[in-house]
Design a protein. Sequence first.
Length: 251
Amino acid sequence: MIEILGITGVGEIVPGCDLAALLADALEAMGVVPARNDVLVVTQKIVSKAEGRGVSLDAVTPDAAAEALAATTRKDPRLVSLVLAESSDVVRAVPNVLITRHRSGHVMANAGIDQSNLGPGAADRALLLPEDADASAARLHEALAARFATPPAVVVSDSFGRPWRYGVTNVAIGAAGLPALIDKRGEKDRDGRVLEVTQVALADMVASAAGLATGEGAEGVPAALVRGLAWDAPDVPAAALVRPPHEDLFR
């Protein structure tokens, strides 16, 4: 049976804090002992906060390209400047919408830059994605191994919109200790038919499930433990989930 446990009691995250220790303390306070194949899903927001990825918009001076794109999208030129600095390509720019390919490869709104739930006095600040979310997940996984005999795998999650569908859902932008992508090609289904294209986005599925506990607004639940899973595949980072630009089916 799959269980999803929202992790509470972590507190407000500040730059430089020991995020792994805070998460481990919260798990212990809840009486939760990680078991084999448990996955700790940690929201990108607290990872970015701990890694000091906050930026004051007052410190940003937009250039002409940012000003022009801001006029098209009707967004703050300072925010657009940050988006361009974090992106390798602009995918779509229309009023109130700016979709880019983040330098990590993820295609997302505003290069994943967020201004919500940043804490008191943060009205004019923005939060960037981690420099390398897979590396962030690996560091958390390694640190948790020092606290628990069986450390949980770690997924760093973020909320994405989806083409042709309303609403956001959580996906994995970082992963360690589990196969983010499981390749089933060449295996057979129950009827003996060979699977030709099936790849399972396990880390995305786990991130989405955890989103039921962490929420998207003022819930204040920054992480969730997902347990009851099973897999038989080597560890694969979340970078493997990113489809390369030459396989872009929609442009």
